[in-house]
Write a protein that binds this ligand. Structure first.
Ligand code: MG
Length: 308
């Protein structure tokens, strides 16, 4: 009997919910501000305390996000909850500060071609641009998170050298970001690869500065999460119902579903502070507002299919 498995699991982990922003942004449906607020409130009611609610990008880029201020004003802010918003530039930061957001997030890709397609900048230009967001945000008392995309693979370049990711992460942390969320943007990662990538990162950074943002496009997100758990990562991004498809594989799953993550964590005896039944309720709200079935497996199957 091999008893070396699961020797270093934590008692608790932090789940960072991305469905209102990352999820809805990748849905075709136009969702009203009222329904977005319903979703955020249902997520909060489940005990999720870290929720990325919107993005302060220019409405010219993403018209669905033009209601960011209105949404932030409408949502109920539960005690102890921390809402965040994506913030690409100084104008976005000013809007976030004006409506009392406690945390902002900046984002870039490890691969040049994905960054170019996504934000029309080189990686160096993105990093330079963050200097007008990160330090001013910290001076205003906000926390700044960073997303690093395409670390497991790039839709344009294929394989990505994780050492580039380590170098970029060092700059993001030096700049003052409190956490860097490492993203498998196209959902290609497998467990050995995850181990190799995390070994490189954990030889340079403390695990409490890292999060994992895994996509379930090929069904490997949870397997990669378990590798991360074993190796010391304690924050995982997820989206209720798996809301938000994969922009590079139409019809395929995108974000790891929060309820699949929470079901697995609770089953392993790891606390999240989330009530799974209420989370499934939030998943039903998400299904209703986008008007189609979502990919989350526990949402479809239920917590238990048989009475014991
Ligand atoms: Mg995502």
């Amino acid at each position: 009997m091999n008893s070396t498995l699961f020797q270093s699991l934590p008692d608790a982990v932090s789940v960072y919910e991305v469905s209102p922003r990352d999820g809805l942004q990748n849905e075709a449906a136009q969702v009203s501000t009222y329904n977005k607020a319903r979703l955020v409130d249902a997520l909060s009611a489940s005990g999720l305390s870290r929720i990325e609610v919107t993005s302060f990008v220019s409405p010219r880029w993403i018209p669905q996000l033009a209601d960011a201020e209105d949404l932030v004003k409408r949502v109920h802010r539960a005690e102890g909850s921390r809402f965040s918003a994506l913030c690409p530039n100084r104008q976005g930061l000013d809007r976030a500060i004006a409506c009392g957001i406690a945390e902002v997030a900046v984002f870039l890709s490890v691969s040049e071609s994905h960054n170019k397609r996504n934000v029309n900048k080189t990686v160096a230009e993105s990093l330079a641009g963050f200097r007008e967001v990160v330090q001013p945000a910290i001076e205003q008392g906000l926390r700044v998170r960073a997303y690093l995309s395409t670390l497991w693979g790039c839709p344009y370049e294929g394989d990505v050298d994780p050492r580039r990711g380590v170098a970029i992460t060092r700059q993001l942390l030096d700049m003052g970001c409190y956490e860097v969320s490492l993203g498998d943007t196209i959902g290609v990662g497998t467990p050995r690869q995850t181990q190799r990538i995390l070994e490189m990162f954990l030889s340079e950074f403390s695990p409490d500065r890292l999060a994992m943002h895994m996509h379930d496009t090929r069904g490997t997100a949870l397997a990669n999460v378990v590798v991360g758990l074993e190796m010391g990562v304690r924050t995982f991004d997820a989206s209720v119902g798996g809301l938000g498809g994969c922009p590079y594989a139409p019809g395929a799953a995108g974000n790891l579903a929060t309820e699949d993550l929470v079901y697995t964590l609770h089953g392993m005896g790891i606390r999240t502070g989330i009530d799974l039944d209420k989370l499934l309720e939030a998943g039903r709200v998400a299904t209703a507002i986008v008007g189609h079935e979502l990919s989350g497996k526990v949402l479809r199957a239920g917590v238990r299919s048989l009475r014991r």
